[in-house]
Design a protein around this ligand. Sequence first.
Ligand code: C5P
Length: 226
Amino acid sequence: MSSTNALPPVIAIDGPSASGKGTVAQRVAGLLGYHYLDSGALYRLVAVAAKRAGVAWDDEPALAPIAASLEARFDGDEIYLNDALVTAAVRSEEAGAGASKVAVWPAVRAGLLARQKAFRLAPGLVADGRDMATVVFPDANLKIFLTADVVTRAERRHKQLIAKGMSANITILLQDLQVRDERDSQRSEAPLRKTNDAILLDTTHLTIEAAVEFVMARYKVVTKVP
Ligand code: C5P
């Protein structure tokens, strides 16, 4: 047995914004009793923390220490920054756009790396993001690249925001998603891409339940559970 096999198992789920990977990852983690890492929330937290500290999202040297020393805590669905509740700010469209800007900087990514790896605890981890399979957990036991057509993603995000009682414009949401897709896949550091060993899961015409079932079935195959 190699030392890699001694580490708790990881399911890496990468994909573009609003693809549904967070919901799928969380449900799979719940079914398996595994820990869950929402890596996007860490980049969002850096964007929120920077804004509060008056640091611009393109100021890499000033962003680096913010990423490396983020005082963040996750408690169920709630997120705290320096003990202040910041869930709504972190989940906002503004923080999503800010996250995608701070995430282009190598020093920010490096500052968050150890923190992400620390989520790998027994009995296992389901991690979602953009570079889970490529950078953070390249030895993941199962790699899923979860995507959906951009118009479908914009419609899903629109529905979510309306359900939360927030105002939303589908044309603007679509444009924002396209800008973020472009930035996340074109950046030089850890761009969003499917690895050869990742399984493509296109959820454009799938329900969340079907996507969860797909991941669970694949995981049973790799773990050889009958
Ligand atoms: O997944 P979510 O939409 O919350 O991520 C927000 C942004 O954070 C993404 O658009 C991406 O730029 C960045 N991100 C990243 N690497 C990750 C997770 C998120 O670059 N592993």
